[in-house]
Design a protein around this ligand. Structure first.
Ligand SMILES: NC(=O)c1ccc[n+]([C@@H]2O[C@H](COP(=O)([O-])OP(=O)(O)OC[C@H]3O[C@@H](n4cnc5c(N)ncnc54)[C@H](O)[C@@H]3O)[C@@H](O)[C@H]2O)c1
Length: 302
């Protein structure tokens, strides 16, 4: 359906999304204003925790296939390079004003392209006001790590073409994903529930109810989660989580979305999340509390 994918914002999610599409045989052009993000992003795709080198080591792909995948991804600091893309995925910071600006620019360059935002929470209808064809705009919400997680949440804005939603849904199924379709509403379906769980877990830490490890193991074994809410927050990135709470609060003015104090303090102190996926981070909640991650503990226990 699409042949050349433009990814705007090459941070944690942008790199994962680019890797996913390149692994599916598609050409990808990634744009970021930060040269260092482009460098770090390509490193993550090659040698990162969910990168291609690991797949080679596991015998899932050959060295030659790895090089082919890498050759399908080009990076640039110039928006002009997305000119010929037929699908653009926007994955910049979770900030409405920044996203509106970026979408306007991308739309003016990749004329006629379908544009999807990877936003976790911001109104798709509002974001669609920045583009010339709002009927060709939708939410395409990937999950971290996007190369592995099967879920893709498709969000229809007020003006999104229903036929397009159906076609994109079918396309993702062919690419091995499992799409769900959700109407535009703050936090959609997944973030709305995930953020509540994450916030309550953070408040429990603030109150000293239990350690991160015990809270997460409780949810994993008690409720069948593959990862607990605190480890998930570390993987998402605590700075990104904070931006998402702020965006939800701004959109709804509902105090339930006010970010928990501990989260704000951790971000202020440089704890931006799991260092294996967040370059430059001092650590996540687990490093701050000096604990081994719950998934590792359970792996060892068998
Ligand atoms: N982290 C997650 O687990 C996760 C999961 C699903 C969705 N999301 C959403 O994906 C988006 C990106 O999140 P992330 O975790 O990748 O954040 P990130 O902080 O890792 O990356 C954001 C990137 O955007 C770039 N950027 C900033 N301004 C730009 C501009 N004007 N033009 C181009 N690039 C620009 C930054 O340099 C940075 O590299 C957010 O909307 C977030 O809510 C995140």
């Amino acid at each position: 359906m699409f042949e050349k994918i433009g990814v705007v914002g090459f941070g944690l999610m942008g790199t994962q999304i680019a890797q996913f599409f390149a692994q599916q045989g598609l050409e990808v052009v990634a744009v970021d204003v930060d040269e260092n993000a482009l460098k770090k992003g390509m490193e993550a795709i090659k040698t990162g925790r969910f990168g291609l080198q690991r797949l080679v080591e596991k015998g899932k792909i050959s060295e030659e296939e790895m090089n082919d995948i890498l050759s399908r991804i080009t990076t640039s600091t110039q928006y002009k390079s997305i000119e010929e893309c037929d699908l653009i995925i926007e994955a910049v910071f979770e900030n409405i004003d920044l996203k509106l600006k970026v979408l306007k620019e991308a739309d003016s360059i990749a004329e006629g392209a379908v544009i999807g935002s990877n936003t976790s929470s911001i109104s798709i209808t509002k974001l669609s006001s920045a583009v010339s064809n709002p009927e060709k705009f939708l939410g395409i919400h990937f999950f971290n790590p996007a190369q592995i997680q099967r879920l893709v949440e498709l969000i229809r804005g007020l003006l999104t073409d229903e036929k397009l939603i159906g076609e994109i849904k079918e396309w993702f199924i062919k690419l091995g994903k499992v799409p769900i379709v959700v109407n535009d509403s703050p936090g959609f379906a997944t973030s709305r529930l995930g953020l509540i769980l994450g916030k309550e877990a953070m408040l429990m830490l603030q109150e000293g109810v239990a350690t991160p490890q015990d809270i997460d193991i409780g949810m994993m074994l008690g409720y069948g989660y593959s990862m607990g809410p605190i480890e998930t927050g570390d993987l998402v990135g605590l700075d990104t989580r904070l931006r998402i709470y702020e965006a939800m609060y701004e959109a709804t003015k509902d105090p339930k979305w006010a970010p928990p104090k501990l989260l704000v303090q951790l971000v202020d102190a440089g704890y931006l999340g799991d260092p294996s996926v967040k370059p430059g981070s001092k650590g996540g909640v687990y490093e701050y509390f000096g604990q081994e991650r719950a998934t590792q503990v359970l792996k060892k226990l068998g």
